[in-house]
Design a binder for this molecule. Structure first.
Ligand code: AKG
Ligand code: FE2
Length: 349
């Protein structure tokens, strides 16, 4: 195997000062790293990826029974060609699940992001999916919370400095993803940053994930058993830009090959506002403030930051549930500019 292109961080080394220093370097310099010794074995990861293959092999009809179009809460299945990133269609199919919750009736919504709260969609033809994926969600949730605390410690602030934004459990969102092979080079998912605190990615043995570094795209080759971790926009905000949410993308595999991955996004509670941490002088001198992109304003209020991403990614769901008057009024009260203006011709009026 070639030398890894990104830092490799061992979870068990994060009690020592030198381990924390390596973590800080990886998270502030690249914003991407491999995580090993995290407690989920390679075999167990293979089992989850097998389960994912089984899901995508269900019939079109079975997958459509849990299509995201049935969920105002952005949960469920997206067929190829129903997701946009950076304004272009992604060549991937996916199944999204989040915290299992009860929906709030429209009449009781006071904030637009509250519409994200709701139940997941589970296929009746695969009863084992819900318990397995719920278990995975719990395991990854624990790993990411632990990692967030170690990151805080690495920044010289209280390890628990962000715990109040998470409450009893963080907001979590996960995806089973299948990238089918393509004749021509194509975006599996276009260049983007992730919105939450931290993302963990479990990849199979196919390459395709790339991260932007000094204007170049670096391949994040799979290392058996390792997760890929990246810093999300909320952590960039909390560290005033010291930690970096880095652009990344997936290029489709060649014809005849397919790539499977499972992505797990951990964020603060949707109701939380993320504080800017008071870093020690030596680090704050190197914090350049969060990056400013007029097409992608970073919002410290978590719910709206998450909602903004979902509205743009899944425009068929947005048109169905967020373009009617009640939702538009709610959105207009929370955003300086309607985040659906570029999605629906009626909303541009
Ligand atoms: O599939 C992957 O390896 C990464 C996916 C990703 O970046 C995302 O869904 O945000
Ligand atoms: Fe991502």
């Amino acid at each position: 195997m070639n030398a890894p292109t990104l830092p490799v961080i061992s979870m068990t080394a994060l009690e020592s000062e030198s381990g924390l220093a390596e973590l800080r370097r990886a998270a502030s310099d690249v914003g991407f790293f491999y995580l090993v010794d995290h407690g989920i074995s390679h075999e167990s990861q293979q089992d989850y990826l097998r389960l994912s293959r089984e899901f995508f092999q269900l019939s079109v009809q079975q997958k459509q029974s849990v299509d995201m179009i049935h969920s105002p809460h952005f949960r469920g299945y997206n067929a190829m060609g129903s997701e946009m990133t950076a304004g272009r269609l992604d060549a991937r199919e996916q199944f999204d699940w989040m915290n299992e919750e009860q929906a709030i009736p429209d009449s009781a919504l006071s904030q637009p992001w509250q519409k994200l709260i709701g139940p997941n969609l589970w296929p009746t033809s695969m009863p084992g999916l819900k318990p397995s994926l719920t278990k995975l969600q719990d395991q990854l949730s624990d790993i990411t919370v632990n990692l967030l605390q170690r990151l805080c410690a690495s920044l010289g602030v209280e390890a628990h400095a962000l715990d109040h934004t998470i409450g009893k459990q963080p907001y979590t969102h996960a995806k089973l993803i299948r990238y089918p092979g393509q004749h021509r080079p194509q975006q599996g998912v276009g260049a983007h940053k992730d919105p939450g605190y931290l993302t963990l990615v479990m990849q199979d043995e196919q390459s395709g994930l790339k991260v932007e570094r000094n204007g170049q795209w670096i391949a994040v080759e799979p290392i058996p058993g390792a997760f890929v971790v990246n810093i999300g926009e909320l952590l960039e905000l909390a560290s005033n830009g010291f930690l970096k949410a880095t652009n990344h993308k997936v290029e489709s595999p060649k014809q005849g090959v397919e790539r499977y991955s499972i992505a797990f996004f951990m964020a603060a509670q949707l109701s939380a506002t993320v504080p800017v941490l008071s870093l020690p002088d030596e680090l704050s001198a190197r914090a350049s403030g969060p990056s400013a992109d007029p097409n992608n304003p970073l919002l410290t209020d978590v719910g709206n930051n998450v909602l903004k991403g979902r509205l743009r990614s899944h425009t068929h769901v947005t048109r169905r549930y967020y373009c009617q008057q009640t939702a538009r009024t709610l959105l207009a009260n929370s955003f300086a500019q309607l985040p659906i203006n570029d999605i629906c011709s009626e909303c541009t009026i």
